[in-house]
Unconditional design. Structure first.
Length: 459
C-alpha cells in the first residue's frame, strides 16, 4: 500500500511515526514544503522569554529521524495539485524547480494552519511579524533585541504569552485587542478581570475594544505606530497574533468543508473522499460540549487525530471521541486552564446554561501553605449536563480541567461529579475534593438558583 503524507507538523509527524510502526510493509512517502518538521510553536514565547534557550529545542522530531524509521522524506517539496479521481499528486521541488507526479493508494492530508494576516493598510511594513514557525521565531528574537516599544495584536493565548515574555525582558509592551476583554474565547470575565489586573501590574498597556485601522511607517519602510479606532500606539515592532486559518486550498473544492475551509472528517479521520484522510489544524472537530462541528486548532487535537489516521488507514478501528478544547496558560504567578464552553460561548450555541463559581483552598489550612483556587462550572439548567469549566490558582490546579474534560466527554452531570471518587492526601487535597464540593454546592443551591452564582469558602 502506498501512503502519501502531505505536511508534517504535529498531526503529520504523529501519523507518520504510527503508520511506520503499525504498517511496516506500507510505502510511506512524506512531502513537506519546509526543511523542518514538528516545531512546537506554542513554545515561541518561552524562547522569547529565555525559559527555553535554543529554539531548536522546540522540535520533537526531524526529517532525519523519520527517514531512519523508514519514511521516504521529501522536505522543501511543495504539493501543487491533488487529482483525487486518478489518485495522484503534482509536486514541485522548491530547490530545483523540478516538477513531478506521484501516485497514492491512501492520501494523508496534514497541512496544518497558517496565521491570519488581516487586510489592513501598512501590514506589509518591515518589523511586522507573524508568530507560527521556527524561522518566524528566529526573526522575532532578532528584531526584539533592538526594539523598545512592542505592540502585540490579538489577546489570545499566544498574544498573552508573548506580552509577558517581552514585559519580563523590560520592553514597553502594548496589547491591542478588538474585543472588550482578553482571552474571551477561553475564559469568562471573572477570570479575565484578574488576568488584566495582573498584566497592568506588570506595566503592560492594555488597549481593549480597539480595532486596528492601519500601520504607520517611517522613512525606512519600517513600522513606527499602530493606528486604532481610538488612538495611536507607537511601536517599532509589531506581532500579529489574530488567529489561524486551515491550509486546505489544495483539496477544499474536492471534499466537504466548513465555511472557513476546514475539512470535515468522520470519526475515522476520512474526508468525504474515503481515500483521503486528514488530521490536525486543517480539520474541523466535533465539540462535545456544543454537539457541533467547530474549528479548534490545538496540538492536542492534532496528535490524537494523527494517531487515529494510522490506526484507521486500512479499516475502521478506533473512533475519534471529539474534543472539549481543553487548554491552559501560565502567566506570572497564575495557573489558568479551561475546558468546554464558557458561559458566553454556551449562550451563542443556544444552550440554556447556568454557572457556579467556587473559591476554596486547594488543601487543608493546617498545612504550611494553602492557596486559594477559583473554579467555575458551566452546566445545562434542566439536565445538569456539564458543558464547561475554568480554574485559576497560584498553585498548579490546571489538572482539574483534565478531569472535567473527561466528565464532558462522558456526558456526565453535576450530580455525577458531586459523588465522583477522588483520593485525599493533605499534601494535595482536602477530605472533600474541590470538584465534589463545587458540585455539591450547586445541587444544594439549585432551588432557587440565579443564572450565575458564586460561593467563597472561608476555611
Amino acid at each position: 500500500m502506498k501512503i502519501i503524507v502531505i505536511g508534517c507538523t504535529h498531526a503529520g509527524t504523529t501519523a507518520v511515526k504510527n503508520l511506520l510502526r503499525l504498517h511496516p510493509d506500507a510505502d510511506i512517502t512524506v512531502y513537506e514544503r519546509n526543511d523542518t518538521v514538528s516545531f512546537l510553536s506554542c513554545g515561541i514565547a518561552l524562547h522569547v522569554g529565555g525559559v527555553v534557550e535554543h529554539a531548536e529545542d522546540l522540535f520533537y522530531s526531524s526529517p532525519q529521524e523519520l527517514a531512519a524509521l523508514g519514511a521516504n522524506m521529501h522536505v522543501l517539496h511543495d504539493v501543487i495539485n491533488v487529482d483525487n479521481e486518478k489518485k495522484k499528486i503534482r509536486v514541485r521541488n522548491l530547490q530545483t524547480g523540478e516538477q513531478f507526479t506521484d501516485k497514492y493508494d491512501k492520501l494523508v492530508f496534514t497541512t496544518g494552519s497558517a496565521p491570519v494576516i488581516p487586510s489592513i493598510p501598512g501590514v506589509g511594513l518591515k518589523n511586522i511579524q507573524l508568530c507560527k514557525n521556527y524561522y518566524q521565531a528566529q526573526q522575532i528574537i532578532k528584531k526584539a533585541t533592538n526594539a523598545q516599544k512592542i505592540a502585540v495584536i490579538g489577546a489570545g493565548y499566544i498574544g498573552i504569552e508573548l506580552v509577558e515574555a517581552f514585559a519580563t525582558n523590560g520592553k514597553d509592551v502594548t496589547l491591542i485587542e478588538g474585543a472588550n476583554r482578553i482571552l474571551n474565547k477561553y475564559l469568562d470575565h471573572e477570570f479575565t478581570d484578574k488576568i488584566e489586573t495582573t498584566l497592568r501590574e506588570h506595566h503592560v498597556t492594555l488597549a481593549l475594544g480597539e480595532k486596528v485601522e492601519s500601520f504607520i511607517g517611517n522613512s525606512a519602510g519600517g513600522v513606527q505606530a499602530v493606528q486604532t479606532s481610538k488612538q495611536t500606539h507607537e511601536a517599532d515592532l509589531v506581532l500579529l497574533c489574530v488567529g489561524f486559518k486551515p491550509l486546505t486550498d489544495l483539496i477544499k473544492d474536492k471534499v466537504d468543508t466548513l465555511e472557513n475551509g476546514a475539512l470535515l472528517v468522520n470519526e475515522y479521520m476520512q474526508t468525504s473522499d474515503p481515500n483521503i484522510f486528514a488530521a490536525g489544524d486543517n480539520c474541523a472537530v466535533f465539540h462535545n460540549s456544543a454537539n457541533h462541528m467547530a474549528y479548534i486548532p490545538l496540538a492536542t487535537n492534532a496528535t490524537k487525530m494523527g494517531t487515529l489516521v494510522a490506526y484507521n488507514i486500512k479499516r475502521p478501528t478506533f473512533a475519534y471521541k471529539g474534543t472539549q478544547g481543553t487548554s491552559g496558560l501560565k502567566l506570572y504567578d497564575l495557573n489558568i486552564a479551561s475546558t468546554g464552553l464558557t458561559e458566553e460561548a454556551a449562550a451563542i450555541y443556544g444552550l440554556d446554561v447556568r454557572s457556579f463559581t467556587f473559591t476554596d483552598h486547594e488543601r487543608p489550612t493546617f498545612m504550611p501553605s494553602a492557596e486559594e483556587v477559583r473554579i467555575k462550572l458551566v452546566f445545562e439548567q434542566e439536565s445538569l449536563r456539564i458543558v464547561g469549566a475554568q480554574v485559576m490558582s497560584k498553585t498548579d490546579q490546571t489538572h482539574l480541567m483534565n478531569t472535567v474534560s473527561v466528565c464532558i466527554q462522558q456526558q456526565m452531570t453535576v450530580t455525577d461529579l458531586a459523588f465522583a471518587d477522588f483520593f485525599f492526601q493533605p499534601h494535595y487535597s482536602k477530605p472533600i475534593h474541590l470538584l465534589n464540593s463545587l458540585a455539591l454546592n450547586i445541587l444544594e443551591q439549585r432551588e432557587p438558583m440565579q443564572k450565575t452564582a458564586e460561593v467563597r469558602v472561608s476555611t
